[in-house]
Design a protein around this ligand. Structure first.
Ligand SMILES: *[C@@H]1O[C@H](CO)[C@@H](O)[C@H](O)[C@H]1NC(C)=O
Length: 215
């Protein structure tokens, strides 16, 4: 009798290798107890008897963020502090304000995929896959784009005068965010010059310049 080990193995590894969102909650809700003194994978819950509707509402995304920084963007996101009711639910909503010609520089979220909707302005968005292929698109208000989990992506406001606004949903309550330029050139303590010189094929002077510009 023929065995189907290779097929079985392949199927199993596909199933096991599947990327999963945050773990499912084991109760209806787990409203964050932000005063918790110990660390678990997430935030502990308050007593369900003490939960009120206000734990499930926030106006955190109602105001535009301050985009006066070198890149010209601001991200305001829901989290377990401003919206304690989202604890363990595996999602976040983020407001992204981008000044005229501002960018959200190439960055990645290690724990979440992201779908972004352009609400105002003209956005050039895109991501790079692991073979360094770039997928970009121009978004008009009402159009959405998805950035797969962990991949480097960016948003650019093509309009030099008008600010742009986008709303992003991410499938983790704590997606994490790593801006490529800051992670490499503005880490604390710094990555030694020798590594950056070789990685980016630049001189020590250029390393210094980039570091200074990113401060
Ligand atoms: C925005 O941030 C800049 C730089 O940090 C600061 O100078 C400015 O006062 C802020 N604007 C507002 C409206 O908070």
């Amino acid at each position: 009798m023929r065995t189907h080990f290779p097929l079985l193995f392949f199927t199993l590894s596909l199933l096991l290798g599947q990327s999963r969102p945050d773990p499912d909650p084991l109760q209806d809700y787990c409203v964050a107890d932000n005063k918790g003194e110990f660390f678990i994978n997430g935030v502990p819950c308050i007593n369900p008897d003490k939960v009120s509707p206000s734990h499930f509402v926030t106006s955190a995304l109602s105001k535009s963020g301050n985009t006066s920084n070198q890149f010209g963007f601001s991200v305001t996101a829901t989290n377990t502090v401003n919206l304690p009711g989202l604890n363990t639910l595996g999602l976040v909503l983020a407001r992204v304000d981008i000044a005229g010609n501002g960018i959200v520089p190439p960055h990645s979220h290690p724990r979440a995929s992201e779908v972004t909707t352009c609400l105002k302005g003209q956005l050039l968005v895109g991501f790079v896959d692991t073979s360094n292929r770039v997928f970009t698109q121009n978004l008009k208000p009402g159009e959405s784009f998805v950035f797969p989990k962990g991949l480097v992506h960016f948003l650019f406001n093509r309009d030099s005068r008008e600010p742009a606004l986008a709303l992003s949903g991410l499938n983790s309550q704590n997606p994490g965010s790593q801006i490529v330029s800051l992670a490499t050139f503005a880490s604390k303590p710094p990555i030694i010059d020798e590594i950056l010189k070789k990685a980016f094929q630049i001189t020590g002077r250029e390393v210094e310049t980039i570091r200074r510009n990113l401060e």
